[in-house]
Design a protein around this ligand. Structure first.
Ligand SMILES: CC(=O)[C@@H](O)[C@H](O)C[C@H](N)C(=O)O
Ligand SMILES: O=CC(=O)COP(=O)(O)O
Length: 264
């Protein structure tokens, strides 16, 4: 790992653990709750201790000045839910464009098992090659998604994260399998730090239990979007997630310290 990659990983995480709040959903789902006034949301989640935020390149101007010193990741592909196939992620930016917009790292989404996997394999391989030239870390969002694919199957998730490593990523994100035992198979499948997505928001307790379970299974943190930025109190839920990821607290203790209730 080069000095630049190591230094920039410390800008988007802390000590090898990561609380990343991705807000690239504006291309996928539109200006959904929490993304309309994204500046305020970015200020709230970074005030709550998020290590970094993640957007598409076009939002960069609305990021800087609101991050409270947190890191910034530019996402390099996307699709929409209204297009012909949401799994068909197309390139939306370049490594140089990300650097011009003040990125500390770049990310790319790949749907392992989809009809579009071959092209996304090529795209990720090209992005990791280019990013390495500039010492920029790559977060590969490696989902198990496609016809007949169980998005939470540990075998499929383990394959997805290993694919991210094989293609040169520095950090991989995938869905949580649902329990620590099966997710250990996923973290064991790669030498890279593995972070989990939040998926569709659930109760605060269920979300934090998932984070706790993933950490107990060897995960390095989260890249948790809607659960955080659509919360009634994004700063508070971020504090709770940080408590679990960086302070190793239980879901119950983290909720209590953040002033949130288990029932919420
Ligand atoms: C909206 C979702 O299902 C998320 O998991 C997205 O797929 C996240 C992804 N980076 C995207 O929106 O492209
Ligand atoms: O880019 C999106 C993610 O990394 C995960 O988003 P989610 O809203 O937590 O599923």
């Amino acid at each position: 790992m080069t000095t630049g990659v190591r230094a920039r990983l410390e800008r988007i995480g802390t000590g090898g653990r990561y609380v990343i709040v991705p807000m690239d959903h504006g291309i996928t789902l539109g200006a959904i709750t929490g993304l309309e006034r994204i500046e305020r949301t970015i200020d709230a989640v970074t005030s709550g201790g998020a290590d970094s935020v993640l957007t598409q390149k076009g939002i960069a101007e609305r990021v800087h000045g609101n991050t409270n010193g947190a890191g910034y990741i530019v996402h390099l592909n996307g699709s929409t839910v209204s297009g012909p196939d949401t799994n068909d992620k197309r390139i939306t930016g370049t490594v140089k464009a990300a650097i011009r917009r003040g990125a500390d790292a770049v990310s790319m989404h790949i749907n392992v098992g989809s009809d579009h996997e071959p092209k996304q394999i090529e795209d990720l391989a090209e992005i990791t090659e280019r990013a390495a030239e500039f010492g920029l870390p790559v977060l590969a969002m490696t989902y198990a998604r496609g016809p007949g694919v169980d998005e939470h199957d540990a075998d499929a998730l383990a394959h997805a994260v290993r694919l991210g490593e094989e293609l040169g990523a520095d950090l991989v994100k995938t869905a949580y399998s649902g329990d620590p035992n099966s997710f250990e198979q996923v973290t064991d499948a790669t030498s890279l730090p593995v972070v989990i997505a939040g998926g569709k928001p659930e109760s605060d307790y269920e979300s934090l239990q998932a984070v706790r379970g993933a950490m107990d299974a060897g995960a390095a943190g989260v890249s948790m979007g809607r659960t955080v930025f659509q919360h009634d109190d994004p700063e508070a839920i971020t504090r709770a997630v940080v408590d679990v990821v960086h302070e190793d607290r239980t879901a119950e203790k983290a909720l209590q310290r953040a002033g949130l209730t288990i029932e919420a």
